[in-house]
Design a protein around this ligand. Structure first.
Ligand SMILES: Cc1ncc(COP(=O)(O)O)c(C=O)c1O
Length: 382
């Protein structure tokens, strides 16, 4: 037997629920991926690059053309002026970016603040760096930062704060005021920030995403992470990027070059072409997903689930207290899949200590209209 370096890590709930959905033939609203395809022009561009022989290693930091497109988008969306050579690194997925950023700053014995419910890759990344996560709960109703709890959780060992907005699984958005407050804290205490903004373009009802990139002082101590997978409906391409000031990017790249060295070349080529030809794609994304959210929520209004329409991401939390208050959320997700043919994700798995009495499951609405209608019909029949 080998002594595990990650003794608490097992099969993730996403694998478990997707497998159960496949076995039972349930509609899979659990794992967060679209059941529709990415734009044809994007797929054609990648295919063209494969056929034209662009199949060898890209530069370690990512294809210059793609880094330039990302810089142009950041200037347009957030007014951020970043140097694509020194501050943008393309990675095989946001997950690798987060892992490398954690390794770049966390030393043995350091503490890292994470907010529960927390995305599942953060803690193993911190543990492998020899650090320890200190879990601070977001407020149970609105999933906002509880500043008193956050301040109380800080110690002289705190090194890093990990943010995620728009937030998986709740959809909650950090405000610009939160970022101003955070910038003070980070500066006073000499902390670093990893801002996971993979759902940056999925914000609804006219809201604007508050990016760390729009706060120059906070950005000086931050790694901002995003994912082409979420933005271009290509989660299986595992291509993302990280933006950080030159000194931080330098350290991150030292790690990235030995974790994976570089991302997949033709995917980067195709994304660069598509971004150049279709800058409007990111502007149209909120409307595209808001229509899906509203269709799904309008249909679910007739069910016994209760919910507030999600302000961001492609996840909708629903409260099932009126249906099976006797079941905890893991039991509820299993019951929904087996008995009613809809797979969901219980949110207690994102907590160190689940919230007593919380009765919420997460449904992914990044699905075709027929899938959403079929799922809603099953959920309304319960
Ligand atoms: C909050 C969050 N961060 C990071 C990721 C990982 O993104 P990628 O697939 O680009 O590694 C996901 C994917 O579900 C996510 O929800």
């Amino acid at each position: 037997m080998i002594a595990s370096k990650l003794p608490n890590v097992g099969t993730t709930i996403f694998t478990t629920m997707s497998q159960l959905a496949a076995q039972t033939g349930a509609l899979n609203l659990s794992q967060g991926f679209p059941d529709f395809d990415s734009p044809l022009a994007l797929r054609e561009a990648v295919a063209r690059h494969v056929m034209e022989g662009h199949n060898q290693y890209s530069p370690m930091t990512g294809l210059p053309a793609l880094r330039e497109q990302v810089a142009a988008k950041l200037a347009r969306c957030y007014g951020a002026q970043v140097n694509p050579d020194l501050e943008i690194t393309i990675t095989p997925g946001a997950t690798e970016a987060i892992f490398c950023a954690v390794q770049a700053v966390v030393r043995p014995g350091d503490e890292v603040i994470v907010f529960d419910p927390v995305y599942d890759s953060y803690e193993p990344s911190v543990e492998l760096a020899g650090g320890r996560c200190v879990h601070v709960q977001l407020t149970p109703d609105t999933f906002a930062i509880d500043w008193d709890q956050l301040t109380a959780a800080l110690s002289p060992r705190t090194r890093l704060i990990m943010l995620n907005s728009p937030h998986n699984p709740s959809g909650a958005l950090i405000s610009s005021e939160d970022l101003v407050r955070l910038a003070d804290l980070v500066e006073q205490r000499g902390l670093y920030v990893i801002s996971d903004e993979v759902y940056e373009h999925l914000v609804y009802d006219g809201a604007r995403h508050a990016s760390v990139l729009a706060h120059p002082s906070l950005y000086q101590r931050a790694f901002v992470v995003s994912s082409f997978g979420k933005t271009y409906h290509v989660t299986g391409w595992k291509t993302g990027y990280v933006v950080a000031p030159p000194v931080l990017s330098l350290e991150l790249r030292k790690i990235h070059q030995y974790v994976n060295f570089c991302g997949v070349t033709p995917l980067q080529q195709g994304l660069a072409d598509y971004m150049a030809a279709h800058p409007e794609h990111v502007d149209e994304l909120p409307g595209f997903y808001q229509a899906k959210r509203d269709l799904f929520c309008d249909l679910l209004d007739r069910s016994r689930f209760t919910f507030t329409r999600t302000p961001g991401t492609y996840f909708q939390l629903v409260d099932y207290s009126a249906i099976r208050p006797d079941l905890n959320d893991v039991e509820m997700s299993l019951w929904l899949t087996r008995e009613h043919g809809v797979a969901s994700i219980p949110i207690s798995v994102f907590y160190q200590v689940p919230v007593e009495g919380q009765r919420l499951v997460r449904l992914c609405f990044a699905k075709r209209e027929d899938t959403l209608r079929a799922a809603a019909e099953k959920l309304c029949a319960i």
